[in-house]
Design a protein around this ligand. Structure first.
Ligand code: SF4
Length: 224
C-alpha cells in the first residue's frame, strides 16, 4: 500500500478552487466540544449534505471541514445540527476545545468545561483565541500548545499562556498559574480575556499580546 495519499483521492475540490466556481463557505463540524465519536448516521448525513457539489476535509482542529455553497448554508446547518453535529462559530472570538475525557471515562472536569463553554465561547476578542481544556495531567490533547491551556488535576487547573501554535516560532505555553481552584477558574479566564480586549493592539494574536505585556504588574495581580 502506498503512503501517497493523493494517488487515489486527488483533491480537485480545494476551497480555493471551489470559490473560483461560485461562493463557498467552510463549516467546521464535529460531534461536540468533548465527544470525538461520530455515528454512522452522522457520517451519512455529512455525505448527503455535501452531495456532488461540496468537499470534505479532515482538519488539525478536531473537526471536519465542509466546503458548501454559501447560499445553502442555513439549510445545511439545520440538517447537520438536527443530526446532533456541532458547528463551530467562526471569527475573532473565544473558541473552546477539549479532550474527550478518555472517551467519557474521566469526566471530573466535564461540568466545568460545559460551564466555561456557556460563558466564554463566542466572546469577541481582537483575534481568535483558543482555550484548550484537558482533563488530566497527561494533557494528551496538547492543551499547552493552544493560546490558553487548562490542565485539570484534583479540583484545580494549571493554566498555561502564550503558546505559539504554529509557524517558525511555534512553542508551548508558559505555566502562568498552578492549582487554580475550579471555583475561581472562570473569574481568572474572564480577567485574562478582559485584559486582552482592553490592551491588545488591533488584530494582535493573544500570544503576541501576552509576551509583549507579561512583565506588567497587571498579570501579577491576576493571581494574587
Ligand atoms: S488529557 Fe487526560 S482525561 Fe483527557 S483524554 Fe487525555 S488522558 Fe484522558
Amino acid at each position: 500500500m502506498s503512503i501517497n495519499a493523493f494517488k487515489h483521492n486527488i483533491p480537485d475540490k480545494t476551497f480555493a478552487k471551489l470559490n473560483t466556481e461560485g461562493e463557498f463557505t467552510r463549516l467546521a463540524v464535529s460531534p461536540g466540544i468533548i465527544n470525538k465519536h461520530y455515528t454512522p448516521l452522522q457520517f451519512q448525513k455529512i455525505a448527503e449534505v455535501i452531495g456532488e457539489n461540496g468537499a470534505i476535509k479532515y482538519s488539525a482542529s478536531y473537526s471536519i471541514l465542509l466546503s458548501v455553497p454559501t447560499i445553502e448554508v442555513p439549510r445545511m446547518r439545520q440538517e447537520l445540527e438536527e443530526a446532533g453535529l456541532y458547528i463551530a462559530q467562526q471569527g475573532h472570538i473565544v473558541s473552546m476545545k477539549a479532550c474527550d475525557f478518555c472517551d467519557g471515562d474521566k469526566m471530573e472536569a466535564a461540568m466545568i468545561t460545559e460551564e466555561l463553554y456557556e460563558r466564554l465561547e463566542g466572546t469577541e476578542v481582537p483575534k481568535r483565541l483558543r482555550v484548550n481544556m484537558n482533563g488530566c495531567a497527561s494533557a494528551c490533547y496538547n492543551a499547552v500548545y493552544d493560546e490558553i491551556g487548562l490542565v485539570y488535576q484534583k479540583d484545580s487547573f494549571d493554566v498555561y499562556l502564550g503558546a505559539v501554535p504554529m509557524g517558525r516560532h511555534a512553542q508551548a505555553g508558559e505555566l502562568f498559574a498552578k492549582k487554580v481552584p475550579v471555583q475561581f477558574i472562570e473569574q481568572l479566564l474572564q480577567a485574562i480575556i478582559a485584559g486582552y480586549q482592553a490592551y491588545a493592539r488591533q488584530d494582535e494574536p493573544f500570544h503576541k499580546y501576552y509576551h509583549r505585556t507579561k512583565s506588567a504588574d497587571y498579570w501579577e495581580r491576576l493571581i494574587q
